[in-house]
Design a protein around this ligand. Structure first.
Ligand SMILES: O=C(O)C1=C[C@@H](OP(=O)(O)O)[C@@H](O)[C@H](O)C1
Ligand SMILES: C=C(OP(=O)(O)O)C(=O)O
Length: 446
């Protein structure tokens, strides 16, 4: 890979040209800890009674923002980046007191913004949760409304329905609440994670469809791993009995399955095989099933107890698939870059909500695939990608979206002249992505 500097109005930004591989891939890779699990383990450990040791934690923008917010809130964290360990002194459901407004900056971390908004409601005093300009465009009103119903004084400070959020906290009264499930599952996870510390039982009813459902299972399973039970009634009612307390513990964070998707997809594009270690189908993360889509497209997938391996043999062709990707929408970009290399079209459905993530991801994917000469149809809630007999070189815009950079780099494994603009944006969830990527291409490199 070669790096060059380009100067834009925003200042100097690098551009990375990906070199196509000369032979089939044959690599074993390990990816960093899961963002979603790290950013759940942190608030749970902070609420727990006693000291928790969190291992294999992710160190990236999203988890660093979460850790620094907890420190700002007055929690003691012993952070050791070399061993990827964070020791958290839980305060048993109290937040240290403060004067004036306590400002919490979450960058563009959706999990931090949403989980901390509910989390601070158990404190006493005023908190402001804010982020980068894009975070100020990401809705949070449904969570604000739900917390108001549960008795919290909270508002979108600029009246936009987005951060900054101002919380005048005086404990979480609790009760019954209904919340729409059609924008982000993170609102429901935020309520669930904090609910045990309400003054009375909390019952949450999700109105309408609940998107990104596997993340709710992850929340409930992690709460249970720390000793708190959520009662579910059907698919859409969640009851949390008051008085339950998280128990501090030693906890190992799984590798990030969304990060793993790029390495699973690499052989589908470049040929050969790649094994991702320490991840299995039996994961807390819905995205661990991404390799199943590659299997449907014609790749060989081996599901080990502690690895997932994907292989595409020489001369083998892939077929397109028609898939509802609502349950693993963070892998949309990964699937979208594999799709042009298949022999029939690929249709990705039911992902309208990804237009309100780091960027409008449907539009970003469609725009950049078209730059590469790929024919794509764009719909409000999905896209259809056609096989491309020839893909042309292009400079790929990444829209400050880590997944755009990580996914489109894969095209460069097979096509000459693919350049990724602002590759540093991968720091949101995977700062070492291009190092692991280079290692995958040259497995003998140490
Ligand atoms: O709860 C979580 O950890 C996440 C839920 C998903 O968001 P939505 O529920 O907004 O789809 C996912 O896209 C995000 O990366 C992480
Ligand atoms: C959507 C994502 O993140 P966030 O937690 O900011 O919503 C993502 O990581 O793809």
């Amino acid at each position: 890979m070669s790096e060059s500097k380009e100067t834009s109005e925003k200042g100097a930004r690098t551009m990375l040209e990906i070199q196509p591989v000369q032979q089939p891939l044959n690599a074993v890779v390990e990816v960093p800890g899961s963002k979603s699990i790290s950013n759940r383990a942190l608030p749970i450990a902070a609420l727990a009674t006693g000291t928790s040791t969190l291992r294999n934690m992710l160190f990236s923008d999203d988890s660093r923002y979460f850790m620094s917010c907890l420190q700002k809130l007055g929690f003691q964290l012993e952070i050791d980046e070399d061993t990827k360990t964070v020791v958290v002194e839980g305060l048993g459901g109290t937040l240290p007191s403060h004067d004036g407004i306590l400002d919490l900056f979450v960058g563009n971390a959706g999990t931090a913004a949403r989980f901390l908004t509910a989390f601070v409601s158990i404190g006493v005093g005023t908190y402001r949760i804010d982020g980068i300009p894009r975070m100020r465009e990401r809705p949070i009103q449904d969570l604000i409304d739900a917390l108001q119903t549960l008795g919290v004084s909270i508002r979108s400070e600029l009246g936009t329905g987005c951060p900054p959020v101002l919380v005048e906290a005086n404990g979480l009264p609790g009760g019954e609440v209904s919340i729409p499930g059609n924008k982000s599952s993170q609102y429901l996870s935020a309520l669930l994670l904090t609910a045990p510390y309400a003054n009375r039982d909390v019952e949450i009813k999700v109105s309408g469809e609940l998107l990104s459902a596997p993340y709710i299972d992850m929340t409930i399973r992690m709460m249970s791993q720390f000793g708190v039970q959520v009662e579910t009634h059907g698919d859409n009612v969640f009851h949390i009995a008051a008085g339950q307390r998280y128990k501090a513990r030693d906890y190992i964070v799984e590798p990030d399955a969304s990060s793993a998707s790029y390495f699973a997809a690499a052989p589908a594009i470049a040929g050969g095989r790649v094994r991702v270690t320490n991840l299995s189908r039996d994961s807390l993360q819905g995205d661990a099933l991404f390799a199943g889509l590659l299997e449907q497209m014609g790749c060989q997938v081996r599901w080990g107890t502690d690895y997932i391996e994907v292989e595409k043999r020489d001369g083998q062709t892939l077929r397109g698939i028609d898939v509802d990707l609502n349950e693993m929408s963070d892998t949309t970009m990964t699937l979208a870059v594999v799709a042009p290399f298949a022999s029939t079209p690929t249709t990705i459905r039911n992902i309208g909500h990804i237009r309100i993530k780091e960027t409008d991801r449907i539009h970003a994917v469609v725009t950049e695939l078209r730059k590469l000469g790929v024919q794509v149809e764009e719909w409000e809630d999905g896209m259809r990608i056609y096989p491309a007999s020839q893909i042309r070189p292009a400079e790929i815009d990444t829209y400050d979206d880590h997944r755009m950079a990580m996914a489109f780099a894969l095209v460069g494994l097979r096509v000459n002249g693919v350049k990724i603009k602002d590759p540093g944006c991968v720091s949101k969830t995977f700062p070492t992505y291009f190092e692991v990527f280079t290692k995958m291409c040259n497995p003998t490199t140490t």
